[in-house]
Design a protein around this ligand. Structure first.
Ligand SMILES: [Zn+2]
Length: 294
């Protein structure tokens, strides 16, 4: 199905990928009693209305993390599940503002995804306070006949989660581990914390064959979990490639010097990190403001 704003692709009998303006991807998983919408895209066009056309089931929204290209529809549904560590990040001016989400939608999409109608700023869903239901590692969404288990993978953000669908042998991995895993952002975990998170995720790898991530341009595969741990070891021992590259408008230090096609071919992840934030720290640091509320 296709609209001005979204394009779908069937990933399994009960799993539909929904692609937004810049190849950011949400997933609709349907059980016999309810459906779970995994991520809310950038909030350009009404994802809620689009999903209403896809399923008759009641829909619950869960966010893999709080970045602006994953949270848009929470401002339409008015509620959603999110790991509590990521709630303050979701409300930062950077991740909630109409202007930033509109700017994101105007980037060039990943090739292979059809260009949709040019967005207008009036198409952007404005932010509002929302009801958040906390999700934690080990929580299970029972959709009726289909269950999804939450796995907490702090790294890209401190509250990043992934969801395991054992029936389809799929992992909905958000931005947790792929060929461009970015840890160098406000609200990211340290490399040491990420390494521990990947060790935790590694236990589940025998239970899935595919990883469905949050961006068409940044593919992921189960082999990347173990290789991600090796890459963290190289960063922590100072033996990584440490090349500087631009991503999301900033210059970042990357652990591997391989190109995207080389990484994809070798099922290798890459990690962008901040050399000042390698080791465990006591509390998440999120910088925003000072804000003026009026
Ligand atoms: Zn992200």
């Amino acid at each position: 199905m296709e609209s001005k704003f979204f394009v779908t692709r069937k990933m399994a009998d009960n799993v539909t990928a929904i692609c937004g303006y810049c190849s950011e991807v949400a997933y609709l998983v349907e059980g016999s009693e309810r459906a779970l919408l995994i991520d809310g895209l950038t909030g350009v066009g009404s994802l809620k209305s689009f999903v209403r056309d896809l399923t008759e089931l009641p829909v619950q929204l869960v966010l893999t993390h709080a970045h602006l290209d994953h949270t848009g529809a929470i401002f339409e549904y008015g509620e959603g599940f999110i790991h509590p560590y990521d709630i303050p990040l979701m409300y930062t001016a950077y991740h909630s503002s109409v202007e930033n989400r509109f700017a994101f939608a105007q980037q060039e999409p990943y090739s292979g995804i059809p260009r949709l109608t040019p967005p207008r700023i009036s198409d952007v869903i404005p932010p509002c306070p929302v009801k958040t239901w906390p999700v934690y590692d080990g929580d299970v969404f029972d959709l009726g006949g289909t269950q999804l288990e939450v796995i907490h993978v702090p790294g890209h953000t401190v509250g990043s989660i992934v969801l395991l669908d054992r029936d389809n042998r799929l992992l909905f991995s958000g931005d947790a581990c792929n060929i461009n895993t970015i840890l160098a952002l406000d609200g990211s975990a340290t490399v040491e914390e990420y390494r521990e998170a990947l060790l935790h995720l590694l236990q589940f790898v025998p239970e899935f064959d595919g990883m469905l991530g949050g961006h068409g341009a940044h593919p992921a595969s189960p082999e990347m979990v173990a290789k991600g741990i090796e890459l963290c070891d190289r960063i922590l021992s100072g033996t990584d490639d440490g090349v500087m590259r631009e991503s999301v408008g900033r210059l970042m230090r990357y652990a591997s010097g391989l190109s995207y096609p080389e990484l994809f071919q070798n099922k290798m992840p890459n990690i962008a990190y901040d050399p000042e934030r390698l080791h465990r720290r006591p509390t998440p640091v999120i910088t925003d403001g000072p804000n003026l509320y009026r």
